[in-house]
Design a protein around this ligand. Structure first.
Ligand code: AN7
Length: 354
């Protein structure tokens, strides 16, 4: 029958019952891809794997949380859902709401979300409102409205979002036959690092794995409140998905870091863009800039000797969103196409074949 979506696949580990109307686009079951060139860059003992979450139905990991949040909202009789978003949450909420027949309202920071994501929210029929203000302000407003009016919050403060997203940790363990030694992940609002840590712990409690991974979270340097230990009031980064100055799941991200003896570090926009190009050009994997923070992070740690003198290690980098989400970034990161006369000789002159 094939994969039926993560609620059906992991039903016994999720808070659903026989009456839950499952709203699914067959999300999950994303590939764990070995990355030989990035492995070699880390050291001779490293096996780096890429959890390519961009292959979910709307192109990001958010679908894992949204299948749960929308199914549970429907079960509770909700008529409308609402979220603040740096883009991917709104795309996913819009798609799952369309499928469920729910009204979807999204609040976005004006001019600060990638074009592909905005197109998705609009084409799926969400009511999209842009504010003059950043994501953190949008989330504050959405929290106030959803606390006081009959509309369900579907940001990752909704616990069902975390429940759905934890299944990515299950899949990583199912693919490797154990937990990885290290799990590297971009951190924005910090829901996903919280979800992975919950998933690994639940798998351990269910005796499906023995050891837990060390959690390595990465924020963009201009938007690194957890690293700095202070709210960033005006976050800045080209990785718009993680341009968040006051993460909602700050405390649980710190718990994941500390309980796993891991770290949450910062990577610069330049390091993010280098990793972004490396993934595309050396491994054939196209991601959006925020996703490349996990790879940028482990490369930075390796240079500082973090993985030195370690035995053979498995490192999983979570690649949270697809590169096609942000075509502007791709085009501005490389040379624009060259013009050539439409004749064979002119083309041969340009391409210099042997
Ligand atoms: C590609 O869509 O917050 O640390 O509103 O889109 O769980 O927030 C997106 C976050 C990483 C960070 N990578 O995850 C939103 C939103 C991508 C993302 C993150 C996001 P969290």
């Amino acid at each position: 029958m094939g994969w039926k979506g993560l609620i059906e696949e992991y039903r016994e580990l999720l808070p659903v019952d026989a009456n839950t109307p499952v709203v699914s686009l067959n999300e999950g079951n994303t590939p764990l891809i070995f990355a030989p060139k990035i492995s070699a860059l880390i050291n001779e003992n490293a096996n780096v794997f890429l959890k390519y979450e961009g292959l979910n139905p709307t192109g990001s990991f958010k679908d894992r949380g949204m299948t749960m949040a929308i199914s549970k909202a429907k079960q509770a009789g909700a008529k409308a859902v609402m979220c603040a978003s740096t883009g991917n949450t709104s795309a996913s909420a819009a798609a799952y709401s369309a499928r469920a027949g729910l009204k979807c309202i999204v609040l976005i920071p004006h001019g600060a979300i990638a074009l592909g994501k905005l197109a998705q929210a609009l084409i799926h029929g969400a009511e999209v409102l842009a504010i003059d203000g950043n994501f953190d302000l949008a989330l504050e407003l959405v929290r106030e409205i959803t606390d006081n009016y009959p509309v369900t919050l579907v940001n990752s403060l909704n616990p069902f979002r975390i429940e759905g997203q934890k299944t990515a940790a299950f899949e990583v363990c199912d693919s490797l036959g154990k937990a990885p030694d290290y799990l590297a992940i971009p951190v924005g609002n910090a829901g996903n690092i919280t979800a992975y840590w919950k998933g690994f712990n639940q798998y351990k409690q269910s005796n499906k794995i023995v050891d837990l991974p060390v959690m390595l979270g990465f924020q963009a340097a201009g938007s690194a409140p957890i690293v700095n230990g202070a709210i960033v009031s005006d976050p800045k980064t080209i990785a718009t998905a993680i341009k968040i100055g006051n993460p909602a799941s700050w405390k649980s991200a710190e718990a994941a870091r500390d309980e796993s003896k891991g770290l949450i570090n910062a990577v610069t926009d330049e390091e993010i863009l280098q990793a972004y190009k490396l993934l595309a050009q050396a491994e054939g994997v196209f991601v959006e800039p925020a996703s490349a923070a996990s790879v940028a992070g482990i490369i930075k740690l390796a240079k500082a000797g973090y993985f030195k003198n370690k035995k053979k290690v498995n490192i999983v980098c979570v690649l949270t969103g697809h590169g096609l989400k942000d075509p502007d970034q791709a085009i501005s990161s490389i040379k624009e196409p060259e013009y050539v006369s439409p004749v064979v000789e002119a083309i041969l002159e340009k391409i210099k074949l042997d």
